[in-house]
Design a protein around this ligand. Structure first.
Ligand SMILES: Nc1ncnc2c1ncn2[C@@H]1O[C@H](COP(=O)(O)OP(=O)(O)OP(=O)(O)O)[C@@H](O)[C@H]1O
Ligand SMILES: [Mg+2]
Length: 149
């Protein structure tokens, strides 16, 4: 097993649509351990650092506007190959290409409001977890189910 931590974020709109619980339930049922969880409002400064790789893209301004437009649910998930697994479950960036059964495939219509963020590499996961969480906010735990998941 290769236990990893990844950064997941339910984007603005998810709390307003009252689907945060449903999405978190999917992540729990899949088998991820939630080791960090909080609601926060992202500052423009933090949003620009988080999405720095897209600074030159035409949609950057709109992306920062969106991600700072309301509260997000920030999470750190732990599990075997958690980084790739979460990307798979989140689905393709463009909802039109996201397979039904994925989170974007089931809950999103438009790329610019695609409801969930997932770290795309081990380096991104470390960087993003560090941006959004202090080490003391993360807690690993054991529930005795690992043999079944
Ligand atoms: N062509 C586009 N038009 C508008 N917004 C876009 C476009 N491409 C990407 N975005 C927005 O920028 C975000 C970051 O793009 P990226 O290529 O990193 O996709 P992703 O890794 O699937 O998404 P995220 O980083 O949010 O998990 C996307 O989730 C989407 O909200
Ligand atoms: Mg990305």
């Amino acid at each position: 097993m290769a236990i990893e931590r990844t950064y997941a974020m339910l984007k603005p709109g998810v709390l307003s649509r009252r689907i945060a619980g449903e999405i978190i339930t999917r992540l729990e049922r899949k088998g991820f351990d939630i080791v960090g969880l909080k609601i926060m409002r992202i500052s423009r400064e933090l949003a620009e650092i988080h999405y720095a790789e897209h600074k030159e893209k035409p949609f950057f301004g709109e992306l920062v506007d969106y991600i700072t437009s309301g509260p997000v649910v920030a999470m750190v998930l732990e599990g075997d190959q958690a980084i790739k697994m979460l990307r798979l479950i989140a689905g393709s960036t463009k909802p039109l290409e996201a397979t039904p059964g994925t989170i974007r495939g089931d809950y999103a219509m438009h790329t610019n409001v695609n409801i969930i963020h997932a770290s795309d590499s081990p380096e991104a996961a470390v960087r993003e977890i560090g941006l959004f969480f202090k080490p003391e906010e993360l807690l690993s735990w054991k529930d005795g189910n690992s043999g079944w998941i």
